[in-house]
Design a protein around this ligand. Sequence first.
Ligand code: COA
Length: 366
Amino acid sequence: MTGILRPEPGEGGLLLALAPTARTDRRRAWTVLDDTGTGLGTVSLTRTAPHVWRLSFTAVPAARGGAAAAACAAGAAARFAVDELDARLLTWSAPVGDHPSRLVAYRLGFAFEGTTRTSAVPRWHASVEPDRLRSPLDPPADYPLAAARAAAFAAAPPLLGIAGTGVHLRPFAPGDVAAFADACNRPESAAWTSITLPYSPGRARWFAERYAPEGWRAGQRVTLAVADDTGRCAGDIEIRLREDDLGTGDLGCLLHPRLRGRGLARALVGALCDWAFDALHLRRIESQTFCGNTAARFMLERVGFRIEGTLRAHALLHAVPTDRWIGTLLAADRDDRTGGGGRVAAATVRQVSSTPSIEQKRRSRA
Ligand SMILES: CC(C)(COP(=O)(O)OP(=O)(O)OC[C@H]1O[C@@H](n2cnc3c(N)ncnc32)[C@H](O)[C@@H]1OP(=O)(O)O)[C@@H](O)C(=O)NCCC(=O)NCCS
């Protein structure tokens, strides 16, 4: 059939054909077929401005070849836009949280441009110029990290517990607002954090209901509530991921004073770091804490972080430029954790489940 596009053979020798379904000055569309003639998805180009074409694609979720088939089909259409339609810029957009689609765009060399919130569903945007367009068979060097991140954030957040204590990490729920604000407003917490005080219920609500779940959906961070043995929120632990270095994350944590001094922060921080090394394939986790915050420094060191030095006048603490200690934990350090504390953390923390418990579902509905 005339107009059929034949992408390069995909991973595992998967052969595809793109059969045209639309052909106008402003739009080209194809059905993606495998070598048996089975439909795997669709791919299309839409001209949005002179020499600017928007690339869109869908994949049948259970399609043979999965992500590789989507990348090959999208790559072939993108190349067609450059070679045959004189495209000088290709754009891509998808709802925030569509990690498989973003991964295909990343594989093809699209550079992430940002997020718009002008519609009910926020959208990601990216673009690529012809000389930066990659073959789907030549992904960026850090593509495996991007793939691990996409797979992790497409699933539910982890639930991590300390055996025998009932204390655990879980996603924030609407009922956490007052307890979280209380944990933040304690003088012992406020002393070493740069949050604006008092930490109002409105701010806590934004944190629990928007910041934490939206950060997970966007694959930017894992922000979990610390819950005591009754399920009551008693703080948070978070790892924020860097856009410019997919192998590094930044850790922060806060525990209500009533739970402090029992090794719980150490165990939970250790568990979340282990999860991040395993699920996100991080190479390095960094944590900064204001100089003088010995509890945080000791806690980090007991997890296995190495304090590497002091960042001078690094951030404002209660409006005063203040030095910070910088600590790092490498994936390679995990086997070297010493002093019993690290060993205890690794032995006593277990992943409870990757799906919400009945109790959690009940709470999140409440
Ligand atoms: C940082 C914080 C989470 C630590 O909580 P915690 O309950 O004290 O931590 P842990 O009980 O797990 O303590 C871990 C280790 O540090 C030791 N430690 C804690 N405070 C200490 C102190 N002031 N001096 C010496 N050692 C201390 C503990 O004894 C423990 O060692 P061990 O395992 O050998 O007994 C808590 O102090 C907090 O929420 N602070 C406010 C927010 C903050 O500063 N965040 C830091 C940003 S990373």
